[in-house]
Design a protein. Sequence first.
Length: 205
Amino acid sequence: MVQTSRIISRAAVRGSAIGLLFMAFFGTLWAGTGVMGLQGWGSPYVEFAAVFVGIMLVIGGISLIRASRQLPNQVSEEDARRWKRIRFWFNIIFIAEVLAVGITIAICNITNMTDLIPAIIALIVGIHFLPLAHLYQLRIYFVTGSLLCLLAIITLLVMPEIVTLWKHQIIAPLAIIGFGSALILWATGLTIWLKAKKLLCIARQ
């Protein structure tokens, strides 16, 4: 949600901050899925590390929101129409994603294939990033979506159900899809954060 223009508005930086907060929250949520897959291996250090990363990104998002107060709140009529169009299509994409996730969970529960839910949800989340990449003109979202889709497909087709790690059995699909998705989202959040900080530096100059 980073926008480059001659006038860097408060809305552009706050949009980046909201994107960063989303990545922090859902990345940490996916890490929780990975923790379940580890079945106690590495506990509690893995959990602490995941929460620490999430908190750092949340702090980054809050710092962007605070810093954006120093920027002008004025936007051109053209930019106002653009942001209104973006919000409309974002809501459409988000609703479609939620419906797809809900339908997936229902079908998997009915067919007793609940073990496929995390990977299919990751695939849906990855697909939803592709139109967002076009909508926000953010190449990083295309990379994020592609990586999530690739991770989900590999997990569905290749990953064995149980893997022994140092004499400890872990649920490989859960661990891989959970931590893999978390790392992808966290990396996306970090990229958004760095780009937004660059915008703020330009604005101050």
